[in-house]
Design a protein around this ligand. Structure first.
Ligand SMILES: C[S@@+](CC[C@H](N)C(=O)[O-])C[C@H]1O[C@@H](n2cnc3c(N)ncnc32)[C@H](O)[C@@H]1O
Length: 210
């Protein structure tokens, strides 16, 4: 697999495609948090990396005291950096977990979520895994939950397909931002208006190809 600690270095350049994507992910996450009804909020970040999206947003958000966030990540170096950022942030409801987030069991303690982040996954898995993941994602969600997802739009037909699979799975499409940058990154948001699938243990969502 790729060196996913080094992958994060592009975030250090504020002009990079990745930083541009991060800014939109953070904005969308802030908006979804603001839209949540009063009461506890559960966030799940799948393949969370170093938590660069969730941690800074929560640090500045009024709903942080209501929010529990689970950052699921397989690379221990990224988990360590996420934990360091959490400690520095003073946030008490955010946990970085070293686990294989490709299997549904990893989520058992954190479902149902109000906000799911699937960022940096959909461009790294096979089309068949991508379709299965999208069609299964509602099992991690509460009705009304939002999913924030990313994928490059070098193959626009795949973006059309992803949005279609979400809609067929009970999600309302809230939009897709195709950033016109070097890596053609895009950010989508959907909201679960239909009924979630029941949580199914032992399901493999995807395998990272690189
Ligand atoms: C492209 S990065 C995205 C990181 C983060 N979501 C972001 O957008 O900044 C993909 C991340 O997925 C992690 N990853 C890959 N396979 C995984 C698995 N099976 N379970 C959990 N994390 C995984 C990698 O270590 C890496 O940190």
């Amino acid at each position: 697999m790729r060196d996913y600690r080094a992958w994060h270095n592009d975030y250090d350049d504020p002009q990079s495609s990745l930083s541009q994507r991060l800014a939109v992910v953070q904005r969308r996450l802030g908006e979804r948090l603001s839209a949540m009804p009063p009461g506890p909020i559960q966030i799940i970040s799948m393949c969370a990396g170093q938590g660069r999206d969730v941690i800074p947003v929560l640090q500045q958000h009024l709903r942080a005291p209501d929010t529990r966030a689970a950052l699921l990540e397989i690379d221990p170096r990224n988990v360590a950096l996420a934990r360091r950022a959490i400690a520095a942030s003073g946030l008490t409801g955010v946990t970085a977990i070293e686990t294989d987030a490709s299997i549904s069991d990893a989520y058992a303690a954190w479902v149902p979520a109000d906000i799911v982040l699937a960022c940096g996954i959909f461009g790294n898995i096979s089309d068949a895994d991508l379709e299965r993941t999208v069609r299964s994602l509602s099992m991690l969600c509460r009705q009304g939950a939002a999913v924030i997802w990313t994928r490059h739009w070098k193959q626009p037909e795949m973006i059309v397909a992803i949005r279609h699979w979400f809609q067929e799975s009970g999600f309302l499409d809230l939009g897709f931002d195709p950033l016109d940058n070097e890596r053609k990154m895009g950010i989508g948001v959907v909201s679960l208006t239909g009924a979630p699938l029941p949580f199914k243990p032992g399901l493999r969502f995807f395998t990272f190809l690189r």
